[in-house]
Write a protein that binds this ligand. Structure first.
Ligand code: PAF
Length: 283
């Protein structure tokens, strides 16, 4: 059966409100489409844990900076709907920009400090765009739970903070990174890579593996772990490192000595494609 689709926010709210009235729990998986196994893992978990499942597909213009090519972002709605059908999604919300940002729209949701560093440093305004659209999606759907990938670790931290700060009644669930067989984290942006770049992109997961080895060998200084990662990245001629950080996964504050909990995250340009990846240390 084809899942119901709605491009209209009010229609989506009406459907969700009717489910709520019946006492059903609602999950939301927000996406920008071009679904891959990472999204599918979110959809499957959300499907298991809730009575009704809404997936949204919206390439949000407000989270692209003027230097980023919104028009080039990969899209394949037909295939996405097919995946949603196969995975038992109940409703796919596919609004257009005019639905989400009608004439006169002028409200932003901004999580200040958490949005500034890491990816926020090279993508100014990105997380305000993300928070604004995610806040709208929560309001439209009234979701009880929303599922996000751990690959976008800063996005996850920012959204959790927004939900706490603004008393939003939605539980945020972070789900593990899904990887290709060779270790590359799944991302819609991988489709930008040519054959050579695809091979070069393995330096991200290799750098993280190196960090894991260092930590397993007893190294605890973040600077030493970062240096070992940088050596892996520097050896790859097509790679240009944007950042390597060792931070607390919630506050995103630097963690100089790796103890019980740390997020090791990196962003690397492979050619003109900026890729991110990370590893959570929990022990
Ligand atoms: O992670 C994404 O795909 C997007 O940032 C999100 C959460 C769907 C908001 O547009």
């Amino acid at each position: 059966m084809t899942p119901d689709t709605a491009t209209d926010a009010e229609q989506t709210s009406r459907i969700a409100a009717a489910w709520k009235k019946q006492g059903l729990s609602i999950a939301l998986v927000p996406t920008m489409g071009y679904l891959h196994e990472g999204h599918i893992s979110l959809i499957r978990r959300a499907r298991r844990e809730n009575d009704r499942l809404i997936a949204s597909i919206f390439v949000n213009p407000r989270q692209f900076s003027p230097s980023e090519d919104l028009a080039a972002y990969p899209r394949n709605l037909e295939r996405d709907l097919e995946i949603c059908r196969n995975e038992g999604v109940d409703l796919v919300f596919t609004p257009g920009p005019e639905q989400m940002y009608p004439q006169g729209f002028q409200t932003n949701v901004s999580v200040e400090n958490l949005s500034g560093g890491l990816c926020g440093a090279s993508r100014p305004g990105h997380f305000t765009g993300v928070c604004t659209v995610v806040c709208k999606l929560f309001n439209i759907t009234g979701a009880d739970r929303a599922y996000f990938g751990q690959k976008d670790a800063q996005q996850l931290a920012v959204i959790k903070r927004m939900v706490r700060d603004l008393n939003m009644g939605v539980e945020i669930i972070g789900c593990p990174i899904v990887r290709e067989a060779d270790g590359l984290a799944k991302s819609s942006r991988n489709s930008y890579l040519n054959t050579q770049e695809r091979e070069a992109a393995l330096c991200l997961s290799r750098a993280l593996a190196k960090a894991g080895d260092e930590i397993a060998a007893g190294v605890t200084e973040a600077a030493a772990v970062s240096a070992a990662m940088r050596a892996v990245l520097d050896a790859q001629i097509l790679a240009r490192t944007d950042y390597i950080v060792v931070v607390d996964p919630d506050s995103l504050e630097p963690v100089p000595v790796i103890g019980a909990k740390a997020l090791i995250a990196l962003a690397v340009f492979i050619g003109s494609t900026r890729l991110i990846d990370n590893m959570l240390i929990e022990r």
